[in-house]
Design a protein around this ligand. Structure first.
Ligand SMILES: Cc1cc2nc3c(=O)[nH]c(=O)nc-3n(C[C@H](O)[C@H](O)[C@H](O)COP(=O)(O)OP(=O)(O)OC[C@H]3O[C@@H](n4cnc5c(N)ncnc54)[C@H](O)[C@@H]3O)c2cc1C
Length: 470
């Protein structure tokens, strides 16, 4: 598709819709919207526009549709698959001003929210009402609800509570031609026609702009306890995880850092962490309504941990102790950015029992390229983040990186897994999609894209290669 450039008439028309102060054309300010958190991506948009209502989004899309201008929807800009990078320049549609929590309906346990609400703020507001929205991406201090829905975000608690799509019961969208549609509502059951809500959730801004979401929420667990346990090996840690699940415990999270990651965070923090010579560190989070039940559970889980070879079991019941337990896990991303030279950040998922095999094979693969692989993530649901860092500051040649990534995905798929669990395909995995999906599957998905977006203006170059549309 040949896109039209954004000229002064388009900028004027955008300014009429949202007001001149909400249109950015200044190069320095555009730069803030030229990247997300994916390494090595940068593309300057021609203009950034910040609507404050669904009506404004609709009018912007009508304009872009008429003039065939690419539009990249953007919420918090924390994507790790280059989803929010405006690869074809054009318009970045920033939803940051649509940041209202419109309704908290305690009777129905439902909440209506706009896409620009920061996830952590949403959680804090719900906490004030004794309510709970379980999806908890580790980026929650900067990502937003719109991006979470568009990426079907997960997080540590996904193993017990599921991912974002498990909570979306209603959605308002603006289609690429500007038409506004609403699906679902405050309904716990709904089989009226195809399930388009599930199609939009996780569609990475390629089918429609999300302008409002209705979530079902839960009563907030009253007690949360975190346990930290170092193990000599990933195998021992994985064995512990299988044992507690098989014995009927249902932790909210089982998080994992391999020894290399832990030591990297230690270097980043500049102080000694306990058991930093261990091969793996596990965090288990338990939550529930009764304090005595949680205590009984963590005593029993502690015994299982020691039998599985835990070097220690640290218990965090107070806010301060819990923060201490989570500190290293929460700092992984900063440590990787600061102390290492990341060349690719992978988000793989395999059946849980294959995790030790996956990590061993991936580390060996990275070593062949004189690189080091750092593995961490969500042990409880089989989702491992694998960041590969170069051993020297020049990084690696592009061809070598692609060859290594092909091998990484090949290993993952051969173990029954797939190439992305929660970060999406975006642009960064486009060249590898056919390692995980058949041509027939990709073709069907492309046809769906065309049904929604005949002119291909919405987030072009994501999920499918630009120009590949049916
Ligand atoms: C340190 C760190 C930790 C992370 N941890 C996790 C984690 O635990 N779990 C997890 O799932 N992810 C994680 N991520 C990835 C990222 O935070 C998530 O994908 C998040 O959901 C993106 O939200 P965002 O608001 O930043 O979206 P953006 O980056 O702005 O956009 C992401 C995608 O959604 C589209 N989009 C955004 N808003 C809309 C909208 N309103 N309508 C339509 N499309 C839209 C964009 O076009 C883009 O394709 C992490 C990232 C970082 C940097």
């Amino acid at each position: 598709m040949k896109f039209h450039p954004v000229d002064e008439h388009i900028v004027e028309a955008l300014a009429k819709i949202v007001g001149p102060s909400q249109v950015i054309v200044d190069r320095d300010m555009l730069d803030n919207y030229a990247h997300d958190e994916t390494p090595l991506y940068h593309m300057l948009p021609e203009v950034v526009v910040k609507p404050a209502s669904t009506d404004e989004v609709s009018r912007i899309m009508q304009l872009a549709h008429e003039h065939i201008i690419p539009v990249t929807p953007r919420s918090g800009g924390t994507s790790l698959s280059a989803g929010a990078v405006p690869l074809m320049a054009g318009i970045v549609l920033s939803l940051e001003r649509m940041d209202r929590i419109k309704e908290i309906d305690k009777k129905n346990l439902m909440v209506v929210v706009e896409p620009g609400v920061i996830t952590e703020r949403f959680d804090k507001e719900l906490a004030r009402h004794g309510l709970f929205f379980p999806p908890d991406p580790v980026s929650s201090d900067s990502c937003m609800i719109g991006g979470n829905v568009a990426e079907n975000a997960g997080g540590p608690r996904a193993m017990k509570y599921g991912v974002t799509k498990n909570y979306v019961v209603g959605i308002e969208i603006v289609l690429p031609d500007g038409a506004v549609q609403r699906y679902g509502g405050k309904l716990l059951k709904n089989v009226t026609g195809y399930d388009l809500i599930d199609l939009i959730v996780g569609s990475e801004g390629t089918l429609a702009v999300i302008t409002e979401v209705t979530f079902k929420v839960l009563p907030r667990p009253r007690y949360i306890v975190d346990l930290l346990m170092p193990y000599m090996s990933v195998e021992d840690a994985a064995d512990f995880s299988h044992q507690i699940l098989q014995q009927g415990f249902s932790p909210a999270a089982i998080e994992f850092m391999d020894g290399d990651v832990y030591r990297l965070v230690e270097k980043y923090l500049g102080r000694t962490l306990p058991h930093s010579d261990a091969g793996a560190h596990i965090i288990v989070e338990l939550d529930g309504a009764q304090q005595n039940q949680i205590r009984a559970q963590y005593n029993a889980i502690g015994d299982i941990a020691m039998k599985c070879g835990a070097l220690d079991v640290y218990v965090g019941e107070t806010v301060k102790d819990k923060e201490r337990i989570w500190e290293a896990r929460k700092k992984v991303s900063d440590a990787l950015k600061t102390v290492a030279v990341p060349i690719t950040r992978e988000d793989l998922v395999v059946p849980k029992d294959k995790i030790p095999q996956l990590i061993a094979k991936l580390k060996a693969c990275a070593a062949q390229y004189d690189a080091r692989l750092y593995a961490f993530g969500h042990l409880g649901d089989g989702n491992i983040h694998a960041d590969v860092c170069a051993r020297h500051s020049q990084g690696l040649e592009h061809t070598a990186i692609n060859e290594m990534r092909t091998k990484i995905y090949g290993i993952t798929v051969s173990l029954g897994g797939t190439i992305t669990a929660e970060h999406g395909v975006g642009h960064s995995k486009i060249d590898f999609l056919d390692l995980a999906l058949s041509n027939g599957q990709i073709e069907l998905m492309r046809k769906i894209k065309t049904v929604f977006d005949k002119k291909g203006i919405l987030n072009p170059g994501k999920i499918f290669r630009e120009g590949d549309q049916t």
